[in-house]
Design a protein around this ligand. Structure first.
Ligand SMILES: NC(=O)c1ccc[n+]([C@@H]2O[C@H](COP(=O)([O-])OP(=O)(O)OC[C@H]3O[C@@H](n4cnc5c(N)ncnc54)[C@H](OP(=O)(O)O)[C@@H]3O)[C@@H](O)[C@H]2O)c1
Length: 323
């Protein structure tokens, strides 16, 4: 595994992290989930990305992670970097969603109980909710650190002006933002354009989610939508309508370039996200051991020639592909 420092901090993360948004809930195979987590850890993926609402049902990914951790990994806690987040809909009533102090503090307590952990390595504000003053949300994160419930804090999906405000408040409190989490893939360049430089200039690491556009940047959908796929599952976040002909055709063309690099399309798509020097890590989400193995193979070819970059850019610089 290759490790990189998170922005201006002493923390290193593996360039590939494992996310538990899909594939680790009660609707999924606990045996496969266990094998993927253990194999990831044995392969050097020491960073696991959770959130209160991951499942389904919401909360079950944390509960399942907690069981797997307790039975297999407890002795390795100090070798692991575990995150959680709060901000999206979680429980009923007005306090079960959003970025208020009430929701952030209660969510973190619930997530600690579900996972059985004593603390999270990083706790994020999952989303800017459009209403709560950033000051209130950041103070809640700062207090989680002061209370020993989190070692570091991060933000996710904040628009640029709120992102800068968050960095300023956190820096002032001597709890600098360790990581900024944004969606980024060959089909999703928005954050790279709007948020990455701000994060970098403020000393925050950058961690990217959905680097494979939820599977569209793999060979999975080249011949239609398979039954066993996120787009086909009723619990999947990827909609069938998002698997468009244009995206599938672009994936096919990109797959040809990947083949010439002796890589799968998934591997090339991950390498592309990591080729931005500002990026610390990308969070993969796998549904099988085979996918995990395949994605780990990315590390054997991370470089792009200028000719390859030009060919890729010719395909992906098309707004019709963007999520
Ligand atoms: N901060 C946020 O708001 C936020 C939002 C979303 C995600 N995240 C984090 O980012 C993580 C990753 O997101 P993601 O799951 O959307 O990532 P992703 O890597 O873009 O998509 C994962 C899906 O792609 C398919 N796949 C993965 N590797 C493959 C391979 N080698 N060959 C073929 N198909 C492959 C699988 O689809 P199938 O299931 O169809 O097999 C898998 O479930 C999440 O778990 C979460 O931790 C954060």
């Amino acid at each position: 595994m290759k490790y990189k420092y998170c922005g201006n901090s002493g923390i290193q993360l593996p360039v590939l992290s494992l996310g538990l948004w899909h594939n680790f809930g009660d609707v999924d195979s606990f045996d496969t989930a266990t094998r993927m987590i253990l194999h990831a850890f044995d392969s050097g993926i020491c960073h696991f990305d959770l959130a209160n609402n991951y499942g389904p049902p919401p909360g079950s990914a944390e509960t399942n992670f907690g069981k797997i951790f307790r039975d297999n990994l407890k002795a390795h806690r100090d070798e692991m970097f575990i995150s959680s987040k709060a901000g999206h809909d979680m429980w009923q009533g007005v306090y079960g969603t959003g970025s208020s102090r009430k929701n952030i503090i209660a969510s973190c307590d619930q997530s600690l109980r579900r996972t059985g952990l004593d603390y999270f390595d990083i706790f994020y504000s999952h989303v800017y909710d459009g209403v709560t003053p950033v000051e209130e949300t950041m103070q809640a994160l700062i207090d989680l650190v002061r209370q020993g419930k989190a070692l570091y804090v991060g933000i996710s999906k904040y628009p640029p002006e709120k992102q800068q405000l968050a960095y300023d408040i956190l820096r002032e409190a001597h709890v600098p933002c360790l990581l900024s989490q944004y969606r980024c893939s060959m089909f999703d360049p928005k954050a790279q354009r709007e948020n990455f430089q701000l994060a970098h200039d403020n000393g925050s690491g950058i961690i990217c989610f959905s680097p494979l556009a939820q599977g569209v940047l793999t060979d999975k959908y080249l011949n239609g939508i398979p039954d066993e796929s996120r787009a086909a599952r009723s619990t999947g976040f990827l909609q069938r309508s998002q698997v468009t002909n244009e995206r599938v055709e672009a994936a096919r063309k990109l797959g040809e370039i990947a083949k010439n690099r002796n890589q799968s399309l998934a591997q090339m798509a991950l390498a592309w996200v990591l080729s931005d020097e500002r990026v610390t890590s990308c969070i993969i989400g796998t549904s099988s051991m085979k996918q995990l193995e395949n994605n780990l193979g990315t590390l054997s070819n991370l470089a792009f020639s200028s000719d390859e970059t030009e060919q890729i850019n010719r395909i992906i610089n098309d707004p019709v592909l963007f999520f």
